[in-house]
Design a binder for this molecule. Structure first.
Ligand code: ZN
Length: 266
């Protein structure tokens, strides 16, 4: 958590006291030129790595010293205390944590978590604190980690690579064309989807659907989570079976098995 607090401290002192980062000859970065609230001169400085005390450079004439922990005491309190839950903002603390400390775009992940779920852990952490001595900051840290792990897991599930999402959009669009017959799905298994990529490319081209580059897709489809990738294997084709029963006698039959990319139906 130190890192996040530090980032917020640096942002605040830049904003409120006009500190600017400056690199010194030895390579260390200092925050300099802050307006001293005591003497009004732009002489305040602090180390960028440890911005815990703001000092006025006019040691003899002013010597002001500000302790960040007192100046921004809110940053050092527990997130749950800082952001009280209200009916309008039931996830106030979780929202604040994810936005401020982790830089998530709250709008995009709205509904993926609720404070109850994650602040429930507070009880377990409190219990842990009885065994292992944890200070408020450490407890806060553990809570934050739990929220983040949960949100990151959710993101992994929801967020397939954009090209994989595009692939499934096109698949659903084409497959939805005929409610009674499979168009692209060769599988006879209700729990799976089997797609022959050459067939898909051909059908997509016929229907003027712009597919992502097929070689790129071949790499990315294995990571598909929305419909979990199972294997590339020969599949006894439902589509070819229908075709073969309906074809005219003088039209050649299609092979009964087709090499397919198989996914778990969600
Ligand atoms: Zn001063």
């Amino acid at each position: 958590m130190d890192l996040e607090i530090k980032r917020e401290v640096l942002a605040r002192i830049e904003r409120e006291y006009s500190f600017k980062p400056k690199r010194s000859a030895d390579g260390a970065v200092w925050m300099r030129g802050g307006v001293c609230p005591t003497c009004g001169k732009k002489e305040m400085y602090t180390h960028q790595e440890h911005p815990w005390v703001l000092r006025c450079g006019r040691i003899a004439k002013c010597g002001a010293e500000i302790h960040v922990k007192e100046l921004y005491s809110d940053l050092f309190e527990n997130w749950g205390n800082r952001f009280k839950k209200t009916p309008e903002a039931p996830n106030a603390a979780a929202d604040a944590y994810l936005r401020t400390a982790r830089g998530f775009d709250i709008e995009k992940i709205a509904g993926w978590y609720s404070q109850e779920n994650y602040f429930d852990h507070e009880k377990k952490i409190d219990a842990l604190a009885l065994i292992v001595p944890l200070d408020a900051e450490q407890i806060d840290y553990v809570q934050g980690e739990i929220i983040c792990m949960t949100v990151e897991r959710q993101m992994a599930i929801n967020a397939d690579h954009p090209l994989v999402q595009e692939f499934w959009d096109i698949f659903d669009y084409i497959e939805g064309d005929d409610p009674d017959m499979p168009v692209l799905n060769h599988s006879r298994n209700e729990t799976e989807i089997a797609i022959n990529l050459n067939h898909l490319v051909q059908v997509a081209t016929d229907r003027r659907q712009q597919l992502p580059d097929i070689n790129v897709l071949k790499k990315l489809l294995r990571t598909s989570r929305f419909r979990k990738f199972i294997d590339v294997k020969p599949v006894n084709s439902a589509i070819h079976a229908i075709y073969n029963t309906q074809r005219s006698v003088n039209v050649p039959a299609k092979p009964s098995t087709v090499k397919c990319w198989v996914f778990k139906r969600n």
